[in-house]
Design a protein. Structure first.
Length: 219
């Protein structure tokens, strides 16, 4: 079953990225385009650009929340066309994909996740999108494509447990029980406290008759 997460984690990733990289990016662009824009003009353009993307994102979110998915398409298309590299556009794609899944339209979530994998900003969003796309593909009966999607990730730091669990689900669906057990144990081992569902992993392992390591044990 595809798992749906709220937008909080995505917002936190974006805020962290902006705080760490925003100033450097602004100054780099100011220097590069100093002959065309003064500092004040560039700052004004940046603020206006971000505000416009924020408005489109907000309107789209309201439409999704009220179940008006078809109406929200135009707002998302505006974001893709005018602000393809904006974090707002990546978050919008993730939210739209979640809405598609929650309304039993997982096939329509595929393109949205693929957009984030291609254009995701910040880069961490690409890693999240890969994991979620893999879940969708697995649910649609495409385990090989799901596994290939996971393997395409360059850096899964912070999401090791989720990736391992999805690999386990894929191998389990293919009847590769030994590989699935190894994956689930890895997911359990790399699970950060408070960052995932340990009980779910334990249940999966118990259903396979696997020995469950005691939490906090080194053995």
């Amino acid at each position: 079953m595809v798992e749906i997460y709220d937008a909080h984690e995505q917002g936190e990733i974006v805020k962290k990225w902006l705080s760490e990289n925003g100033s450097a990016i602004v100054m780099g662009l100011v220097i590069a385009f100093g002959g065309l824009f003064g500092l004040k003009q560039w700052q004004a353009w940046q603020v206006n650009n971000r505000q416009q993307a924020s408005v489109e994102f907000s309107v789209m979110g309201d439409l999704l929340a009220s179940g008006q998915l078809d109406a929200a398409v135009s707002n998302f298309e505006n974001l893709k066309k005018d602000y393809p590299d904006s974090p707002y556009t990546s978050m919008a794609a993730m939210q739209f994909a979640t809405a598609r899944i929650s309304t039993s339209q997982p096939d329509l979530a595929i393109g949205l996740y693929e957009f984030v994998i291609d254009k995701g900003n910040p880069k961490a969003m690409k890693v999240i999108a890969r994991e979620r796309l893999a879940r969708v593909l697995l649910d649609l009966g495409q385990p090989d494509a799901a596994l290939a999607t996971l393997q395409g990730a360059e850096d899964i730091t912070g999401l090791e447990s989720r990736y391992a669990e999805v690999r386990g689900d894929i191998h389990f669906s293919q009847g590769q029980l030994s590989a699935a057990e190894t994956d689930y144990l890895e997911a359990l081992e790399t699970l950060e406290e408070g960052a995932g569902d340990r009980a779910r992993l334990v249940m999966k392992l118990e259903s396979m008759g696997a020995q469950i390591p005691v939490a906090g044990s080194d053995s």
